[in-house]
Design a protein around this ligand. Structure first.
Ligand code: ARG
Length: 563
């Protein structure tokens, strides 16, 4: 039974409002002593011409309490509802056990596609720590949408187009060595590219050569394409290694170059719709009515731009996937870019422009300030992952010397800690990267959540737990009730995370469960002498470890059973 719905239905009679709307109004009170649901009466004040506290008092009296609700009490402008603890325990635990790995899932997505453009790396550029947020936020959203019945389509919109590839070819031909680059990967590619930028200062003719090579790529010249594809292969091999470690998947690697033959449509359509304007030789869409600089579609030399390619990609994605939403998980520095071309799509008359969503996020910096390639403190993602695993391995060797398969667990915990660090706060907040707090087992960290899960597993293992009938009256003490409330709040948190595109809401729901469970663990004896108390507490422990594992799974973190 769904208490929210039952309370909303009970409120429908005295208020005369539809239960569906009322259910939307119901809030979760800030502390458990204020009940399990709160109904705010402020919106009713106008139509009823009464003060909210008066309305609350009258409603509390007039209501017929649904089964499982112990009392309704007016407090200020709210009616607070208190659930019957054993009824709540029964409702929550039955759902956890019945739904298994699908707890918190729903079919609200109805199988509709949601495109998620994330990670979207640049060819022949290092894959560094700054790429961690887009990669893990995107993949968490991928899993969350799938859990809610959508079909996620993960897209890596590769940065594989632009004049820099002409420069790369010139640089490679002059100073590159095939085997060195094959062995050294992106680092070696970057080295020759850096040299290009030094040499071009004194030898500007290099740029002419670069332009010529880029033209050859565009014209489909065999040699040019072969080199370009090779750069791509080298970059992707490194990047995919990181994706494997992180357990990340893409359904499409259609990047910027994929849209080469799809640009004509954008330009033609914009022209037909009278949206193009000539400005200093360039074709632009004027956005001054919307207080934005113009969106440049074609440069004066006829070349297309990043925005043009994004518009082409959006049209293609709509045609191919008929998405319900198309998310772009990209740093806030590109805010303007997305606002501009989203507006262009809207001006083209596509009502689905409203389904294009920029999921922006803040910067990653180290404790010493911003990471930058120039300062030489730009940390490669691969190295960060390795360091996280190594450091965790050392900690485990010290704390749990007898643990079997330390290496696998160190990987799961080290990687989990990193992912968690990017998903702990709201997206837009800048993330400070600090090893000590990332790997702290006591703070609200990934290892802490994994440890709580492992602790619950260990309790069950030692108790030789087997599911049996549960006497829910044994779960009404305040510690058990708090765990149940946190488990019960999980499904709504997943939906909230989806609606706001904020995976950290799942992270916070996991923390709430862990905190409540650890308190329960310390203050109530799970292995109580009374068999029915013991069985009920073990069942609660079982439900807890299941929901933590589901939550961790949704944000892309493993849940080892021992640590
Ligand atoms: N490659 C781009 C960058 O590193 C991000 C691409 C984001 N996706 C998009 N459709 N624009 O800045």
């Amino acid at each position: 039974m769904d208490f929210r719905q039952a309370i909303a239905s009970a409120l429908a009679t005295p208020t005369g409002l539809p239960a569906e709307e009322l259910s939307y109004w119901l809030e979760t009170p800030p502390t458990p002593d204020m009940g399990d649901f709160a109904f705010p009466c402020f919106k009713l004040a106008k139509t009823l011409r009464k003060a909210p506290p008066v309305i609350a008092g009258e409603l509390a009296l007039a209501l017929i309490l649904p089964a499982g609700v112990a009392k309704a009490e007016a407090a200020g402008g709210y009616v607070n509802f208190y659930l019957d603890k054993s009824a709540q325990a029964k409702a929550v635990l039955s759902r956890v056990f019945a739904e298994g790995a699908r707890y918190g899932s729903s079919d609200m997505g109805g199988g509709r596609n949601v495109c998620i453009d994330y990670s979207s790396v640049n060819i022949a550029k290092p894959f560094h720590i700054g790429h961690l947020p887009t990669t893990v936020i995107g993949s968490a959203l991928y899993r969350i949408y799938n859990h809610l019945g959508f079909t996620s389509v993960g897209i890596n919109h590769l940065g594989d187009w632009g004049t820099q590839f002409g420069k790369m070819i010139v640089a490679y031909k002059l100073w590159g060595d095939h085997d060195t680059i094959d062995r050294g990967g992106v680092d070696e590619l970057v080295k020759v590219y850096v040299r290009y930028h030094q040499e071009v200062e004194t030898n500007p003719a290099l740029d002419d050569e670069a332009r010529a090579w880029f033209k050859r790529i565009e014209d489909g010249d065999a040699e040019a394409l072969e080199l370009f594809d090779w750069f791509k292969r080298i970059t992707l091999a490194e990047v995919e290694e990181v994706y494997d470690i992180l357990g990340i998947h893409f359904d499409s690697y259609a990047g910027e170059s994929f849209y080469n033959d799809k640009m004509g449509r954008v330009v033609d359509e914009l022209r037909e719709k009278n949206l193009l304007k000539l400005d200093q030789g360039a074709q632009i869409v004027d956005l001054s009515d919307y207080k934005m600089p113009p969106c440049i579609i074609l440069r004066s030399d006829g070349a297309t731009l990043y925005a043009t390619r994004d518009i082409a990609a959006a049209l293609y994605r709509k045609d191919t996937y008929d998405f319900a939403k198309c998310l772009y998980v990209v740093a806030y520095q590109q805010d303007l870019h997305f606002r501009q071309w989203f507006k262009v799509v809207e001006l083209m008359g596509y009502d689905w422009a409203k389904d294009l969503i920029h999921v922006s996020f803040g910067m990653v910096s180290g404790t010493e300030g911003a990471f930058s390639t120039r300062k030489g403190n730009m940390v490669k993602l691969r190295d960060v992952l390795t360091a996280a695993c190594d450091k965790t391995y050392d900690i485990i060797r010290e704390k749990s010397p007898d643990l079997e398969d330390k290496e696998t667990i160190a990987k799961q915990v080290g990687i989990g800690a990193l992912i968690w660090n990017s998903l702990y706060n709201g997206r837009i907040k800048d993330v400070v990267f600090d090893w000590d707090s990332v790997l702290n087992f006591d703070g609200e960290t990934g290892p802490y959540a994994q440890y709580t899960h492992a602790r619950a597993c260990s309790v069950l293992r030692k108790a030789n737990y087997a599911p049996a009938d549960i006497d829910f009256c044994q779960l009404t003490d305040s510690e058990a009730a708090a765990v149940i409330a946190a488990l019960g709040a999980f499904p709504d948190a997943v939906i909230d995370a989806m609606e706001k595109n904020e995976p950290y809401l799942v992270t916070r729901a996991i923390i709430a469960i862990c905190a409540a469970f650890n308190k329960f663990y310390y203050e109530q004896r799970i292995m109580a002498d009374d068999a029915s108390v013991r069985q009920a507490r073990l069942a609660l422990t079982d439900a807890t470890r299941r929901v933590i594992a589901i939550g961790l799974g949704l944000i892309g973190i493993a849940a080892p059973e021992r640590m």
